[in-house]
Ligand binder design. Structure first.
Ligand SMILES: [Mn+2]
Length: 357
């Protein structure tokens, strides 16, 4: 039995639907195996069809899992889907409310004339991906290990006088040389006062002695994303930055210690946040503790003050507290972890000892 399609069909049953139409790339890959950029995946209760255009016919036939029939559309995607739903008596169709644009929705509504209803499933289809299977966990571990190798190389590469963009280029070149498809998000190299920007993507700022440098990057390897952050210092930093580094490290360790299957995303966040707040930097930790990672860089579950998620076996997520002080700089430390065999496994092996170059 195909577990992934089974879970999707259970969701359809719960929602009194006969089929789902999927266009989001991560969901398409997850349920069909297809990595192309355009397709419609129609999953009925007994059959599933991956509909592609001429460009992807060969690739779709090669990649589609055996439970999914790859077909090239005739006149258009919509005409072909409409024919299939007519032939198979499919009436009520769910779609990814979080993925479809308004225009795409209107087009489905107008052109699938044999459908009785089109129902948004919001992010419920994405949520099926929240629990990773053994193969996914292995791929995620490999992606993180590759990222750690990149970090270890960068520690020896980075020197005062380099621009952030030069360091980012070396990060991305190295990951590709090691077999990654590319970065899983825009590489963050944020030095000096820019390290206080949580998402300080590399700029033409020249790295100077005394700077903190936040290196936050990820790779895509065998379709899966990695995510890690380390903060290093170029020469002896301001004493406050060193103090902040130790607080962030302690906060991250506290969260890692608290993490057992069954903990809430709220409590995990609180474990780190309490340490930072007690140290007087509560207002300087303005983001959540972490997020799920998989085929996409940001997935559920969420670890934050607003999270309603319970963290369970098979979930892969980041643990990334940070403190950001305008004008001075910032520190963030991020690992990627999983609950497996009833306990926490940390994928990330790069050192968290203070690195001063
Ligand atoms: Mn992250």
């Amino acid at each position: 039995m195909n577990t992934r399609l089974h879970k999707l069909r259970e969701l359809l049953k719960e929602n009194n639907l006969d089929a789902a139409v999927i266009t989001g790339r991560a969901n398409t890959l997850y349920f069909s195996g297809f990595t192309g950029s355009t397709s419609y995946l129609l999953v009925g209760m007994d059959k599933a069809w991956l509909i592609v255009d001429f460009r992807y016919t060969i690739q779709a036939k090669e990649q589609a899992v055996k439970e999914v029939e790859a077909i090239e559309y005739e006149d258009s995607f919509h005409a072909t889907i409409n024919e299939i739903i007519k032939e198979h008596g499919i009436c009520n169709i769910g779609f990814e409310g979080d993925a479809l644009t308004f225009s795409q929705y209107e087009e489905l509504k107008n052109k699938l004339t044999f459908a009785k209803s089109l129902v948004s499933l919001g992010n419920k289809i994405d949520r099926i991906r929240i629990i990773k299977d053994a193969d996914e966990i292995e791929r995620l571990q490999e992606a993180v290990t590759l990222g750690c190798k990149v970090f270890d190389h960068i520690v020896n590469f980075i020197k005062p006088g380099m621009k952030e963009t030069e360091v980012a280029a070396e990060i991305e070149y190295t990951m590709k040389k090691l077999g990654a498809k590319g970065p899983s998000f825009e590489t963050i190299v944020a030095a000096g006062p820019r390290s206080a920007l949580c998402h300080g993507t590399a700029s033409d700022y020249t790295i100077k002695k005394g700077d903190a440098v936040v290196l936050d990057f990820g790779v895509i390897y065998r379709n899966y994303c990695s995510d890690m952050t380390r903060t290093i210092f170029i020469g002896e930093p301001d004493p406050e930055l060193k103090k902040i580094y130790e607080i962030v490290r302690k906060a991250q360790e506290a969260a890692l210690e608290k993490l057992v299957p069954g903990i809430s995303g709220f409590d995990a966040d609180k474990a780190a946040r309490d340490i930072i707040t007690e140290a007087g930097y509560g207002k300087n930790f303005g983001h959540g503790l972490g997020h799920g990672v998989g085929l996409l860089i940001h997935e559920d579950p969420r670890l934050s003050m607003k999270s309603t998620d319970i963290l369970t076996e098979g979930m892969v997520f980041t643990v990334e507290p940070g403190i950001y002080v305008e004008g001075l700089g910032g520190v963030r430390i991020e690992d990627m972890v999983v609950f497996v065999d009833g306990k926490l496994r940390n994928f990330t092996t790069s050192t968290k000892d203070m690195v001063i170059i």
